[in-house]
Design a protein around this ligand. Structure first.
Ligand SMILES: Cc1ncc(COP(=O)(O)O)c(C=O)c1O
Length: 456
């Protein structure tokens, strides 16, 4: 038995604890400890050897306001001194305040929130609300999606190899295509396609039992981990009409795309479409304390005044997390970060397009705000992907991971370990032009590795 008071904290022992005692996410369990991070500030962080890195991923697109903002740390400390948490049947000031703020900043009449501990649980809650509200069984979800690691969220993460080990559960799901124009599943081009992918959804809803059976459709407004897929402008307005025709609820998973990431509060704001349910996490607290949320439109929320709401959790609205979220959301406004995301996002996209001119491994560049993806190919003509889809779950050669390793050696992290062929660039919204230049210069060098796999 370990001497709890005198447990060893020397580097070698900490490394061994990592290797022996932790399940590391979405990976074969490592034989060496991952890099240990000891501090972070703004867009940079440091490892235990004192090496500094530029964060071009915002830690899985969560630290939108940057690391260790003193205003948020103070708000958390202040709340901790008063009341860390309390049973959710009671009210706390931070939870009440946050519910009102979310009702104000989210689109339309989204107004009643269930608080969770993170993104996947927010999706679980939204799916349950959707089933309970409509009384129907089926949820449509789009290939190349990621909605989280728990049962229903993972079941709905169709086409993401991380979901292949999942025994379907929590919902009856029906997969439909993405508006992935670079690799359209119908071989069409926008706008001549006349949104074949939405027509397909309309037909699938009918075939699956229409308004009798289909409860909702869940989607990432801008698909994140599976490839920074930005839909064409008419996509969501048209999808809204199809859903209204059948009374099918739209669940917008804004866990990654929300809170200023795309240059507006929420990605759905780009198309003026109000979803019926929206899920949030990551940028809601920027990781200072874990929190997620599922917010519903007023008629949906109101229905549960007469109908039993069959969901709950001990930490539904943890006071520390809600206090952090209130302060984080004020910081977005105080520092005009959403405007900065739009401005710097345009700059990042322009600079990324310049990378495409220099690197034959880049097949496509796309993005919205500070959410930019570089899609890697072996050949631009044939669009042969750099890695097969199963590279994420089959051990062996994955050239994208070699690029990721090089990026880290050069003093930066980007989102490169996701299952798609895309390296996502998503720095904190406080990023400046010169920091973007620094990141692009690192990408310029690291992409040479992927270029070496290109054939003409
Ligand atoms: C779009 C989307 N939804 C849900 C999740 C799950 O969030 P969490 O990891 O907080 O459970 C993620 C995580 O990356 C995500 O990108």
């Amino acid at each position: 038995m370990t001497d709890l008071k005198n447990i060893s904290t020397v580097k070698e022992d900490l490394d061994q604890y990592e290797v022996d005692h932790i399940f590391h996410s979405w990976s074969y369990q490592p034989t060496e400890s991952p890099k240990r991070i000891v501090s972070a500030k703004g867009v940079r962080f440091r490892d235990e050897n004192g090496k500094q890195f530029l964060d071009f991923s915002s830690c899985f697109v969560s630290h939108n306001i940057g690391h260790q903002d003193q205003r948020v740390v103070d708000a958390i400390c202040e709340q901790a001194q008063t009341l860390c948490s309390f049973a959710p049947v009671f009210s706390t000031k931070p939870r009440a305040l946050l519910s009102k703020i979310l009702a104000d900043i989210t689109p339309g009449d989204l107004s009643r929130t269930f608080f969770t501990l993170g993104g996947t649980e927010a999706n679980e809650a939204a799916v349950k609300i959707c089933h309970q509200y409509t009384g129907r069984q089926k949820i449509l979800s789009r290939y190349r999606s990621y909605h989280g690691g728990t049962a229903a969220s993972m079941t709905l993460s169709v086409g993401d190899p991380r979901g292949w080990a999942q025994i379907p559960g929590g919902t009856q799901w029906v997969p439909v295509p993405q508006p992935y124009c670079y690799r359209c599943m119908f071989g069409h081009q926008y706008p001549e396609c006349d949104l074949r992918c939405v027509k397909y959804i309309d037909e699938v809803i009918e075939l699956e039992g229409g308004g009798e059976k289909v409860a909702g459709i869940i989607f990432e407004p801008v698909t994140g981990a599976n490839g920074i897929i930005v839909p064409p402008d008419t996509y969501f307005p048209t999808l809204r009409k199809v859903c209204d025709k059948w009374g099918v609820l739209m669940i917008a998973d804004e866990v990654m795309s929300g809170f200023g990431r795309t240059g507006k509060w929420f990605a759905m704001d780009h198309w003026d479409v109000v979803p019926d349910l929206m899920t949030l996490a990551k940028g809601i607290t920027c990781g200072y304390v874990p929190l997620g949320a599922a917010i519903a439109r007023k008629p949906i929320g109101d229905k549960f005044k007469e109908q039993f709401f069959s969901h709950g959790a001990t930490y539904a609205g943890h006071a520390l997390a809600c206090a952090a979220a209130v302060r984080v959301i004020q910081v977005y406004e105080e520092d005009a970060l959403i405007k900065n995301a739009e401005k710097m996002g345009n700059y990042l996209l322009a600079k990324s397009l310049e990378l495409k001119d220099r690197h034959p491994c880049i097949g496509d560049v796309r993005g919205l705000g500070l959410f930019v993806g570089l899609e890697l190919v072996k050949n631009r003509e044939t669009k042969e992907p750099l890695i097969p889809l199963n590279a994420k779950v089959i051990p062996g050669m994955n050239p994208k991971l070699e690029v990721a390793k090089k990026i880290m050696e050069l003093g930066m992290i980007a989102m490169a370990a996701n299952p798609s062929n895309v390296i996502a660039l998503a720095p904190p919204l406080i990023i400046t032009k010169s920091e973007i230049d620094e990141g692009i210069a690192i990408m310029d060098k690291a992409l040479e590795i992927a270029d070496s796999y290109v054939y003409q």
